[in-house]
Design a protein around this ligand. Structure first.
Ligand SMILES: Cc1cc2nc3c(=O)[nH]c(=O)nc-3n(C[C@H](O)[C@H](O)[C@H](O)COP(=O)(O)O)c2cc1C
Length: 197
């Protein structure tokens, strides 16, 4: 194939999906989106901020008021996550009822959701209209915890995505950005399918 033609095809293949995401996220039905996340060491925070930016969404960090530092904190984290315990979280600033969709980010703990995210969805179960879900993890895939999350939230998610720690590396930025864009695009696409009330 002619080199110039191949280069044009390559550029088109990468830019068109990006243009679709950025325009549809802003224009279609103007959905109000909130990204909520818990993050102990910063990975979920990074992904949450990038998704929020892409979706032009507001953002809220959930603060677990229980001390989870050091070995004792780690052991408590283990106990609470496995038992499905709730925890005390700081007062939230954004009211989820003000949003058409809430995208919730959870770092996987012991193959399940964190006490902080469990508490947030438990406290706001009746205020969450439409939800999407993402995880960050060392190796656990999102499909492992999505059913646990949906059960705790009492509803299905419209889209989910998992980000592994190794994918957050600066060296993999292109692939990471593509994944963020694709997830944002799926959220907007699924929202478009839902009839307006
Ligand atoms: C208490 C604890 C338990 C964890 N359990 C798992 C696990 O079961 N599977 C996994 O892939 N990663 C596990 N991880 C790794 C985290 O999910 C991963 O580092 C995540 O990106 C951390 O997000 P954060 O930086 O936003 O806190 C665990 C981390 C902690 C602190």
């Amino acid at each position: 194939m002619n080199r110039k033609l191949f280069a044009v095809m390559l550029i088109t293949a990468f830019t068109i999906p990006l243009l679709i995401v950025s325009t549809s996220a802003k224009n279609v039905k103007n959905p109000k989106i909130l990204v909520v996340y818990y993050s102990k060491t910063g990975n979920t925070k990074q992904v949450a901020e990038d998704i929020a930016k892409k979706l032009n969404a507001d953002i809220e960090q959930i603060i677990d008021l229980k001390d989870r530092s050091g070995t004792a904190g780690y052991l408590e984290a283990k106990k609470d996550a496995i038992a499905g315990n709730l925890t005390k979280i700081d007062k939230i600033k954004k009211n989820p009822t003000d949003y058409d969709c809430v995208v919730i980010g959870n770092p996987v703990w012991y193959n399940t959701i964190t006490p902080a995210i469990r508490t947030y969805i438990n406290n706001n179960k009746n205020s969450l209209k439409i939800i999407a879900y993402f995880t960050t993890a060392l190796s656990s895939p999102v499909d492992e915890t999505a059913p646990i999350f949906e059960k705790a939230a009492g509803q299905k998610v419209i889209a989910s995505e998992g980000f592994l720690q190794k994918e957050l590396s600066i060296k993999k930025k292109k692939a990471y950005d593509k994944k963020i864009n694709a997830f944002a695009y799926r959220i907007v696409k699924e929202m478009k399918k839902i009839p307006a009330k």
